[in-house]
Design a protein around this ligand. Sequence first.
Ligand SMILES: Cc1ncc(Cc2csc(CCOP(=O)(O)OP(=O)(O)O)c2C)c(N)n1
Ligand SMILES: [Mg+2]
Length: 568
Amino acid sequence: MGKNDLMIKTGADLLIQALQENGINKMYGVVGIPVTDFARLAQLRGMKYYGFRREDAAVDAAAAAGYLRQKPGVALTVSAPGFLNGLTALAQATKNCFPLIMMSGSSERHYIDLDQGDYEGLDQYNVAKPFCKKAYRVDRAQDIGLAIARAVRTAVSGRPGGVYLDLPAETISQELKVANEKDTGVYKLVDPAPKQEPSQAAVLRAVEVIKQAKRPLLLLGKGAAYAQVEKQLQILVDKTDIPFLPMSMAKGLIPDDDKHSAAAARSLSLGNADVVIVVGARLNWMLNHGDAPTFAQDVKFVQLDIDPTEFDSNQKIDAPLLGDLGSVLDKLVPALVNTGYKADKAWIDAIVADTDKNDAKFAKRLAAGKTDPKFGYYGALLPIQEYFEKHPDTYLVSEGANTLDIGRNLIAMKLPRHRLDTGTWGVMGVGLGYAIATAVETGKPVVALEGDSAFGFDGMEMETICRYNLPITVVVVNNGGIYNGTDQEVPSQPGPTKLDSTAKYELLAQAFGGDSYFVSDYQTMEETFSKAVDSKRPCLINVQIDPSMGKESGHIGNLNPEDITEEV
Ligand SMILES: Cc1ncc(Cc2csc(CCOP(=O)(O)OP(=O)(O)O)c2C)c(N)n1
Ligand SMILES: [Mg+2]
């Protein structure tokens, strides 16, 4: 090409180039005007595009990919209705602190600002702002390189979260004359998520507080799982004997069968700890805002977080440690270990005793579950628990109420980031999107453990699972309803929580070329489950349990308002 010849690059070319330059080679989405050809071009340029049946599942998938890979997952939607369908998942990713970039086709401003009724016209850029970490709009193809750099850095730096990228059709098709590849404005980001070290004073202050502890407790959140700090945490508990309590997605950071686990002594450990070291967790509704009686009245908090505004969000923090969790633990662990500090033996013994007592109660329920004529959760989930004991490198995604809660307590995790669930908001409908991304990103077998209501939110993604032939075993625990199948408030109509207790969910797999299984007793579940997962085939096991099984709202029934249905 002569020195005066120029190359033509479209906005679509530049978008793909900028994503690939920054190590992003997958997209999850639902296409249509104006993004269909962009997705085709991305495939032609070597990107993998995964087409879903509904945008919220696609955006959930991208968010889960971001959580697992510490790089933003990328989702693609059409404008207006597609954008709005994805908005819940964008908000959910931001609440969960998962790094995500949601790109949506959009309109030119003059149509929107003069309200001229464009095809699927909506002011998406402004609608998105309250639901994401940052929203950006790209009106010129020449800005695409910078826009992607900004979106990636915003998604992964500091507290990770969701970023919205508004892409008018005109920007995607705009042609740019460039002299060479370097002239495109596309570049590879330098250090997208810079390390943030804690101050020495903060480390010393935290060590002093922990050294006074007679009954310390290490509370692990999904932020610690995302930060991939399992090595530092294992050293911490091994050297100090401080017991640990993982929130659900932090399970497996330290294996659940580690002798320092307080998971089976949750109430005792939380309620009696005199110093709680909070790592990548938030003292929000899931921890009763740090209040008594969940925590001791005079408890002291040491908190490790990358966001300074998280400190004192609910409780006074006696030793705030600001920084990325890896950098903070790299300083805190040796400083504490070098003091020779150890948790009190009496405290450890109390936790072990409470664990043994609770495990014995649980064992009785499990034993009964095998023979109970009313087939229930324990008989349904015990084979899953046994499978994960033998195959810890299997991933588990779970949603529902009782299905989620009983499964969390029953199924031990031994590896980090191997359990994804409904997260901070407890959102139903994330399961299949999360499972698809987990199977795509890891190549490992995934079990999606679903309540029957939860499955209904995105059950059509069973077709997506089968179309990509993913090693996902969907287990639908059918108790015939939201929480259970016995709701009959008024004789003339089904109660508000009732669903079909005899639904043949398994046929959804068969409908799309997957394998279908139906189970209604423990023995059959025992024989079926391992066969299904080991097949590495897309499949659905419909586990029909007794409709009486399940408590209203599972383990969080206390959040319901006082019973307002009593006759006045
Ligand atoms: C987007 C959204 N809409 C509604 C709800 C409210 C809810 C919380 S849990 C749940 C389903 C519980 O029934 P399931 O059959 O899945 O599980 P089980 O207890 O074992 O019977 C719903 C509808 C939430 N959290 N998110
Ligand atoms: Mg149910």
